[in-house]
Ligand binder design. Structure first.
Ligand SMILES: Cc1ncc(COP(=O)(O)O)c(C=O)c1O
Length: 275
């Protein structure tokens, strides 16, 4: 899909930071660069960071690894972390991501803010279930107050209602929303999971109206005991219109505030510019 017409005005002229292009050069052994404000690793406060897991496993970050961890690094992800995310995502969702389809974030919350920053002008709207996660409303409100509510039931967002809302907007000649936002597993605050049938329907609707979908999925792996995760919207998408937010907050430790956005390389390229 062509995302250019969907971008917010503030993003149209956004250019990559020249400092980012200097990173590989600055990392060349023996290079003393005056091109960026890179501090000397010898001045960093840490010699090592040791972690002991409840399982008894231990690991230590030291020597070159601790210097790298403390230094400014690539925008999209640490080069050590990236292959782990690619494998994790493939094992979990059956989706093979390329490096340029991933942007590591300070939690999914940053992804909500990034998405709004990239796509929402004041006159734009977003479709979402009612009720929805208050943190999403908080992130989006900095850019627009136009939220188009769709009711939900035990199967998640009622997609036939979504269809009606969009048809009504179109026939009234109204500006269509920029994207559909949903929390497809263990919805916050409703607790419901979007059924497989509705996942497919949601994608069909997005295709018909040429909309992006923001799949905010922090509860995919913390469902009730009798529930299995369903295929993600991203895994069902054949047209590159799903931007997915994964979070390690609910399954690892929220204090680390680690998450990532994944999706079409062009959209993730804009996430990288944002970051
Ligand atoms: C639906 C939803 N999205 C995003 C977040 C934020 O996740 P993170 O801790 O990764 O920023 C939360 C946290 O409660 C949430 O419930």
């Amino acid at each position: 899909m062509n995302i250019k017409p969907l971008l917010a005005r503030r993003v149209q002229g956004l250019k990559p930071s020249p400092i980012r292009k200097l990173v590989p050069i600055m990392r060349m052994p023996g290079m003393i660069s005056f091109g960026g404000g890179y501090p000397n690793a010898q001045t960093f406060a840490f010699t090592s960071v040791d972690a002991v897991f409840k399982s008894g496993r231990r690991f230590s970050i030291r020597d070159k690894a601790i210097d790298l961890a403390c230094q400014y690094g690539p925008t999209n992800a640490s080069t050590d972390l990236l292959p782990h995310i690619i494998k994790w995502h493939a094992d979990k969702d059956g989706v093979a991501l390329k490096a340029e389809q991933i942007q590591v974030l300070t939690g999914a919350q940053e992804g909500l803010h990034a998405m709004a920053y990239l796509f929402l002008d004041e006159e734009d709207s977003v479709v979402m279930s009612e009720p929805t996660y208050s943190g999403t409303l908080g992130a989006f409100r900095a850019f627009t107050e136009r939220f188009i509510p769709v009711p939900l039931d035990a199967q998640g967002m009622i997609t036939t209602e979504l269809e009606k809302v969009l048809a009504r907007m179109k026939s009234a000649g109204e500006r269509l929303p920029k994207f559909i936002y949903d929390i497809p597993h263990g919805h916050n605050p409703a607790g419901v999971t979007l059924s497989l049938e509705r996942r497919r329907h949601l994608l069909q609707i997005a295709s018909r109206y040429d909309l992006l979908i923001l799949e905010d999925d922090p509860y995919q792996m913390v469902l009730l005991e009798d529930q299995e995760p369903l295929p993600t919207l991203q895994s069902l998408d054949r047209e590159g219109r799903v931007v997915r937010l994964d979070s390690f907050s609910k399954i690892f430790a929220p204090g680390l505030r680690l998450g990532y956005a994944s999706g079409p390389a062009e959209v993730i390229g804009y996430f990288q510019l944002y970051k």
